[in-house]
Design a protein around this ligand. Structure first.
Ligand code: ZN
Length: 138
């Protein structure tokens, strides 16, 4: 069995953002040379997510509004976590949107369902953060 590990870096200029990272994951898969196996992609921070859904800007706007209703950023004083920091909402948004995805690798390609793409969800940006890509197989 082969294994491959790579870290991707993101530094978004805004507090929140959704970024389609499918091309970077596909590049990792090509570098790995693996044809049959599994790819794991996970955020390495507790205020960011990796998830799979549609690359559609209206949907991303809707996610942002929905997450703000569930866990509003302000007022920051509403959260006990926000003693010396202001990102309690980002922890909660990450919890809802998830830590990682696993995608099957078939014939050297990501074996997606219809319209599936991989996204990095940032909820406390403006600093450098990492995503792990781990691929195992043959
Ligand atoms: Zn925090």
């Amino acid at each position: 069995m082969k294994s491959y590990r790579q870290e991707l870096y993101f530094e978004v200029p805004t507090r929140r953002a959704f970024i389609n990272i499918t091309p970077q994951v596909e590049a990792c898969l090509r570098s790995s040379g693996i044809q049959e196996g599994l790819v794991l992609v996970n955020a390495m921070h507790i205020t960011a997510s990796v998830f799979i859904n549609d690359d559609e800007s209206g949907l991303h706007h809707d996610y942002d509004q929905w997450l703000e209703r569930l866990a509003p950023h302000a007022p920051v004083s509403q959260y006990r976590h926000n003693v010396g920091e202001d990102n309690a909402d980002a922890h909660m948004k990450r919890q809802i949107m998830g830590r990682e995805v696993v995608v099957a690798v078939t014939a050297g390609k990501l074996d997606f369902g219809t319209w599936e793409q991989i996204f990095y969800g940032e909820f406390d940006g403006r600093r450098k953060k990492r995503v792990l890509v781990k691929i195992i197989g043959e």
